[in-house]
Ligand binder design. Structure first.
Ligand code: 13P
Length: 279
């Protein structure tokens, strides 16, 4: 497989003060849109799939589809399982060729989250796959699941969690939420600084769609190394498809309206790649 190591991408980002954008992909067109943007800007990207996308199209489909596009365009890209819901799914993703997995034990107790994340981290080390875990709980709705209230990450717990689980990166809760925001999100920047001082592994920001660019830049300056975008891409893809259908009511060729969606994804991905690599 020609996928990059997320651990290496993020450590490089951390050392150089930028972040690697991670885009949720759901079908061939979103994969191609993201890869097209990465190719044009010559920047590494992470493509990631949630359990519901995996259920929809399969781990092997995404591994083959992303690998085909990566090879064709010679871009540096990694394939990551987002919000892995069980040890079994994380192991299956590793077997399918994903170069990175997230194990999301954020709804478990601190101890149980630590146990589950340690198990996945251990398997990842054996197989050379990077592992991300989540501590605290990013709120909102992701993948049909409502995580509910944001449960902020405690810096001291983050330090203990990172040391014990030996995960490669940590998703933290500092006020972002998945999905659309009702107002402007208020991020706890002081907490981010405290976590950054307490933990030395790369930190991940979830729920970034709708966070103002300047706030994203500030988070990256403080030490966020991976920035996740899902809702923004879904939104532009669907809007472009709907518009194309409305403008061409007699068209029955899916390539036409899905192609419009692909272009919209490429444009949105370009903007966010530029933002993350602002240095
Ligand atoms: P958004 O849907 O808010 O962009 O969040 C994406 C995300 O964090 C995926 O894990």
């Amino acid at each position: 497989m020609g996928f990059a190591s997320v651990k290496e991408l993020l450590c490089k980002a951390q050392a150089n003060g930028y972040a690697v954008p991670a885009f949720n992909v759901e079908n061939m067109e979103t994969v191609q849109g993201v890869i097209q943007a990465a190719e044009e800007l010559n920047r590494p990207v992470i493509l990631q799939t949630t359990p519901s996308s995996v259920k929809y199209a399969g781990l092997d489909f995404f591994a083959a589809c992303v690998e085909t596009e990566v090879r064709k365009n010679s871009v540096t890209a990694a394939l990551h399982l987002d919000h892995g819901s069980s040890f079994e799914l994380a192991a299956l993703a590793m077997k399918a060729g994903y170069s990175s997995v997230m194990i999301d034990g954020s709804q478990l107790s601190f101890r149980d989250n630590m146990d589950l994340s340690s198990k996945v981290s251990c398997l990842g080390k054996i197989l050379g796959v990077s592992v991300e875990a989540e501590l605290g709980s990013v709120g909102g709705k992701e993948d049909g699941l409502t995580a509910g209230e944001v449960l902020f990450t405690e810096p001291a717990e983050a330090a203990e969690f990172a040391a014990r689980t030996k995960v490669d990166s940590l998703a933290i809760a500092i006020g972002t939420a998945h999905g659309f925001y009702k107002g402007e999100p208020k991020l706890d920047i002081r907490r981010l600084k405290e976590i950054r001082n307490a933990v030395d592994i790369p930190l991940v920001l979830h729920g970034t769609s709708g966070v103002p660019d300047e706030t994203v830049r500030e988070c990256i300056r403080i030490g966020i190394c991976k920035v996740n975008y899902a809702t923004d891409l879904r939104n532009v893809f669907t809007k472009a498809v709907k518009l194309n259908m409305a403008e061409n009511p007699d068209n029955i060729d899916p390539k036409k309206y899905l192609g419009a969606g692909r272009e919209a994804v490429a444009e949105a991905a370009r903007d966010r790649i530029k933002l993350c690599y602002f240095k």
